[in-house]
Design a protein around this ligand. Structure first.
Ligand code: FES
Length: 107
């Protein structure tokens, strides 16, 4: 059973490999991505300006911002190409039974 710091956001059936979804956890809009069966969670809002990364293209473990094309690592949150210079936050993920839970920010 997931602890109280984790919130169920989706089931695995809703997120096929290569797909992304956007979920709300508290005040945060979070991108959840399935990369070859590994689930990652990051800020959905780009660190450069206001765009939802979940509307961009997933390329392996990187997401491309749909507005200006910056690439971010889903594993580290670091920007990998301009114009973004600031990282996005990454969050703990737990998969239990068929459910995806999002936890605190990974520091
Ligand atoms: S808003 Fe994402 S790169 Fe500009």
């Amino acid at each position: 059973m997931a602890d109280a710091n984790f919130e169920k956001v989706a089931s695995l059936d809703e997120l096929a490999a290569g797909d992304t979804i956007s979920v709300e956890v508290g005040d945060d809009q979070i991108l959840v991505a399935n990369v070859g069966g590994n689930i990652y969670a990051t800020d959905d809002v780009c660190s450069h300006a206001y765009a939802m990364l979940s509307e961009g293209d997933l390329d392996g473990d990187q997401i491309e911002c749909p507005l200006h094309g910056a690439l971010f690592s889903l594993i580290t949150g670091e920007p990998l190409s301009p114009p973004a210079g600031e990282p996005i936050r990454i969050f703990e993920v737990l998969v239990e039974d068929n459910d995806i839970y999002i936890g605190p920010e990974k520091l």
